[in-house]
Design a protein around this ligand. Structure first.
Ligand code: PLP
Length: 389
């Protein structure tokens, strides 16, 4: 089997080949055809790359070739953001009167699609505890069409049993769509466990340099054709330059993930034993309640960890203020370390009651370790914790 670093560098070799070693940027909104026959052919080609850029562009197709092979999928497609990938897929796969199951612990945008957007379109949804397999089974109805999973989940790093949920769904003729953003295809390939479709915020690890918003979907050609049909209508098209930047980021994904994994594990280990921390959530820690399951479906655990500070809201805020390398910023997966304190981020958006109902403790901090040297990141968090002792 070809290794992931080789795939990341070479999987797009036959897609729109040219003699240029680095891929050219096809900064064009449309393409000319040789003759009427060719024009008629490219106009109906699904996931093509040289008809009209909203329908596809060589820079999209090259990214898709790399992502498909990294995810062990037949095909992939590119969208303008992670949320565009999710909403396009959901609009393609469900209709009014259908039922969708999602997780209680999930990315905020996904939660809002499940709680607001889908119900408004006449799609019923049920949110379940992802750690409870029976909850998925109990939530199934004869009208269930789709199960959305996310593992590890944001922000508490809870794990979903991908194989078990895929088996359950398949037995009931229900599709599964997994958010693989936190793991990346280097650490986890949901399709290998029977999941039908995978999506990513490519804004995070896949691009890895905090300079592009993008999304991807991977799965069977048949499913992706259905989604692509809706994608050309929603028009959430990634610009060619951003697709080119995403491809350049993907080239080093496996290399970067090695460091993200090492930094995440080192920080989680040091912080788990620290007196100012009551709880460190990281799937690679022996103390994580689902460590066994995580190890059975992941080959590394990523750079994201969540910490509960003993001193609550004030301690979390002070800790962030003292970090030198981790900037206070709402993202993850880039070369730079970033940190967020959800309770202070939500202060302007939610009431105290809503924050309490979210299940996210007031003293919780999410750290996203970048690719800096491990020793520097460890020294930085230990130094910052001195203020909250
Ligand atoms: C950021 C993120 C998203 C949303 O992706 P965008 O690229 O911001 O649209 C979805 N899921 C997870 C887990 C994320 O971290």
């Amino acid at each position: 089997m070809t290794g992931t670093s080789t795939i990341a560098v070479h999987a797009d070799r036959d897609v729109h080949p040219s003699r240029a070693v680095a891929r050219p940027i096809y900064q064009t909104a449309t393409f000319g055809a040789e003759d009427g026959e060719q024009f008629a052919q490219v106009a109906v080609e699904r996931r093509g790359h040289d008809f009209y850029t909203r329908y596809g562009n060589p820079n999209h197709a090259q990214v898709a070739a790399v992502v498909a092979e990294l995810e062990n999928a037949e095909a992939a497609m590119v969208t303008a953001s992670g949320m565009a990938a999710l909403t396009t897929a959901v609009l393609a796969l469900v209709s009014a009167g259908d039922h969708v199951i999602g997780q209680k612990s999930t990315y905020g945008g996904t939660a809002s699609v499940l709680m607001n957007l889908l119900p408004r379109l006449g799609v019923e949804t049920t949110l379940v505890d992802q750690t409870d397999l029976e909850a998925f089974e109990k939530a199934l109805t004869p009208r269930t069409r789709l199960i959305l999973v996310e593992s590890p989940s944001n922000p508490l790093l809870q794990i979903t049993d991908l194989r078990a949920v895929a088996d359950l769904a398949r037995a009931h003729d229900v599709l599964t769509l997994a958010d693989n953003t936190f793991a990346s295809p280097v650490n986890q390939q949901p399709i290998a466990f029977g999941i039908d479709l995978v999506w990513h915020s490519a804004t995070k690890y896949l691009n890895g340099h905090t300079d592009v918003s993008a999304g991807v979907l991977a799965g069977s050609a048949e499913h992706l054709d259905r989604i692509w049909d809706v994608g050309v209508l929603t028009g959430a098209v990634l610009g060619p330059i951003d697709a080119w930047l995403l491809l350049r980021g993907l080239r080093t994904l496996p290399l970067r993930m090695e460091r993200h994994n090492a930094n995440g594990l080192a920080l989680a280990g040091v912080l788990n034993d620290h007196s100012a921390i009551t709880h460190a959530h990281y799937p690679g820690l022996a103390t994580h309640p689902q460590r066994g399951l995580a190890g059975s479906q992941m080959s590394g655990f990523g750079g994201v960890l969540a910490l509960e500070l003993a001193g609550g809201f004030e301690a979390a805020d002070a800790f962030l203020g003292r970090l030198r390398y981790s900037r206070r910023s709402a993202s993850l997966g880039g070369v730079e370390s970033l940190a967020v304190h959800p309770a202070s981020m939500w202060r302007g958006m939610l009431s105290d009651e809503q924050i309490a109902a979210s299940g996210v403790p007031l003293g919780l901090v999410r750290l996203a370790a970048g690719t800096e040297d491990t020793a520097d990141l460890v020294a930085d968090v230990l130094n910052a914790l001195e203020v909250v002792r």
